[in-house]
Write a protein that binds this ligand. Structure first.
Ligand SMILES: Nc1ccn([C@@H]2O[C@H](COP(=O)(O)OP(=O)(O)OP(=O)(O)O)[C@@H](O)[C@H]2O)c(=O)n1
Ligand SMILES: C[C@](O)(CO)[C@H](O)COP(=O)(O)O
Length: 230
């Protein structure tokens, strides 16, 4: 059985928390759109044979131009996203031909090649994996009036990142079950978990940020400057 690895890269969000006129995935970092930085990490990785990029209807044209300009020849398809991240991932999954899929946020440009490899190796061993970091703060569960309900033991809490790696056929079924049941999750693993797929975390880095709010852009510029690439 082939062990080809493909990527569904989702970049069809509106970036409302960023609050910029331009969607955050197209803002420039060192003169290049953030989405291009993220695509390049996977383009250059020897494990990856295929990338499906999911983007907004109105952004497909410029994405195709960047794919040409930056010679991102592992991108085999550019497809239109949906209203929620979950819908965008599913549209990408339908276009993917690989045995394994890594779902990755287009706004996480700082994932390291070694993390991609570790995530894949763990998925091969246990069935599915997600990159994650232990939470650094104390987390409290709070009700809608601000009253603290509980303080879960931090040792069992992880902040979940991407990539998230699965057998593509299994993830497709998990997505279809979620759609049937009206379940909307904030990551791919939550859909896999409810379908009975065992998922393990792989410890990643606090630098693999999801560029979400304006202060993340400052940190992104800092990380970029300090990577030895100028
Ligand atoms: N309908 C959606 C929503 C999100 N995403 C993508 O999923 C990733 C993670 O989403 P998030 O950072 O939450 O992005 P946005 O939805 O754009 O942000 P916001 O919630 O602030 O609007 C991003 O690469 C985003 O483009 C997507 O492809 N389709
Ligand atoms: C999968 C994910 O990166 C988990 O952190 C996800 O994209 C989260 O998106 P959210 O909109 O911040 O929940």
């Amino acid at each position: 059985m082939s062990n080809s690895v493909g990527v569904v890269m989702v970049a069809a969000g509106r970036g409302t928390r960023m609050g910029t006129a331009e969607s955050k995935q197209y803002l420039l970092l060192k003169g290049k759109p953030i989405i291009v930085h993220t695509l390049e990490v996977f383009q250059q990785h020897k494990l990856i044979s295929e990338i499906v990029l999911v983007t907004g209807d109105q952004d497909m044209e410029r994405c195709r131009e960047w794919i040409d300009t930056y010679k991102l020849d592992k991108v085999t398809g550019v497809v239109c996203g949906g209203a929620e991240r979950q819908h965008s991932v599913y549209n990408g999954l339908l276009q993917l031909n690989s045995t394994w899929v890594m779902v990755h946020d287009g706004v996480r440009p700082f994932v390291q090649p070694s993390e991609i490899e570790a995530c894949y190796e763990r998925a091969r061993q246990v069935g599915a994996s997600v990159l994650a970091v232990p939470v650094k703060d104390t987390i409290k569960q709070v009700d809608s009036d601000g009253k603290v309900l509980s303080t879960p033991d931090r040792r069992s809490l992880w902040a979940i990142q991407t990539p998230q790696t699965f057998r593509a056929s299994e993830l497709r079924l998990a997505y279809e079950a979620a759609e049937r049941d009206g379940f909307l999750g904030t990551d791919d693993a939550s859909l896999a978990e409810r379908a009975g797929i065992a998922v393990s975390v792989v410890e990643g880095s606090y630098r693999n940020i999801k560029i979400t709010t304006p202060e993340d852009l400052d940190f992104a510029e800092f990380i970029q400057r300090n990577r030895g690439e100028g």
